[in-house]
Ligand binder design. Structure first.
Ligand code: SF4
Length: 249
């Protein structure tokens, strides 16, 4: 068994095949969709707008209620429910995706359906389990209609909730999943520019409540399902995450 096959089996998704040119097309589409938004979100005008939605000193239950009742942007009009996050609120590991998909919108939990199963397999591959020393959430808490990419003002409105979650959980390590998470948490860098290296979390806006947490970027499970050839790189990222955590504890 070669290394690629071993990794695919570790993720419980072997065999999966995809034409190389198709995989490239998916990646290009994701990057094209989120790049303009990142350029806006880091602009001064958009970041200042995030002040309007500052969750301040809220406790965890208060923050949950704030998100549950939030109508700060138009995404709440069309989604079924807000998706706050799930897991151990004292977790060492925090996994952050981009926004809820249609399954998450229906279930009220992040990373449901097939992408959720792959994430669970990724966690299991590094001896972790959803909800046990692991917290999972998204940058944006509401499902965008048609799974469109959230607009810059919608992201800016929602980011303070994530920042308060990070402040309250105080994870030892953050693993950001996907191109959008890389563009936002990596301050405009593409995933290819930030993955494979250890970073310090510097917040998503100019008003980040906590900084300096080790941060690693890897692929979103949805992208990995579409692009199985990238699973070897995802495995390398998880190995970096394990090594980083072992150095911290
Ligand atoms: S996406 Fe975020 S800011 Fe917009 S309504 Fe939902 S919780 Fe509120």
């Amino acid at each position: 068994m070669n290394r690629e096959e071993a990794i695919l089996r570790e993720f419980n998704l072997y065999p999966l095949w995809q034409r190389r040119e198709q995989a490239q097309s998916v990646r290009e589409q994701v990057t094209a969709a989120v790049q303009p938004i990142t350029e806006q979100i880091v602009s001064k005008s958009v970041v200042e707008k995030a002040d309007m939605q500052n969750p301040g000193d809220s406790s965890w239950p208060e923050l949950q209620a704030l998100v549950k009742n939030c109508t700060a942007c138009k995404l709440r009009v069309s989604c079924t429910q807000t998706v706050f996050g799930m897991g151990d609120v004292r977790a060492d590991w925090l996994f952050v995706g981009a926004w809820p998909g249609v399954d998450e919108d229906a279930q009220g939990e992040p990373f449901a359906g097939q992408p959720g199963k792959l994430l669970d397999n990724m966690l299991a591959a590094i001896k972790l389990k959803r909800g046990r020393n692991v917290y999972i959430t998204n940058i944006v808490k509401c499902y965008p209609p048609g799974n469109r990419t959230p607009e810059a003002d919608e992201i800016a409105q929602c980011v303070p909730y994530l920042e308060r979650q990070i402040q309250l959980i105080q994870p030892k390590l953050i693993v950001a999943l996907g191109e959008t998470a890389a563009l936002l948490l990596g301050h405009g860098a593409t995933l290819s520019g930030v993955r494979g290296k250890l970073h310090d979390y510097r917040g998503s806006s100019a008003h980040a409540l906590v900084t300096g947490i080790p941060l690693i970027f890897t692929y979103d499970p949805i992208y990995l399902m579409q692009t199985p050839l990238k699973k070897a790189e995802a495995w390398d990222d998880l190995c970096l995450a394990i090594a980083t955590m072992q150095a911290l504890v």
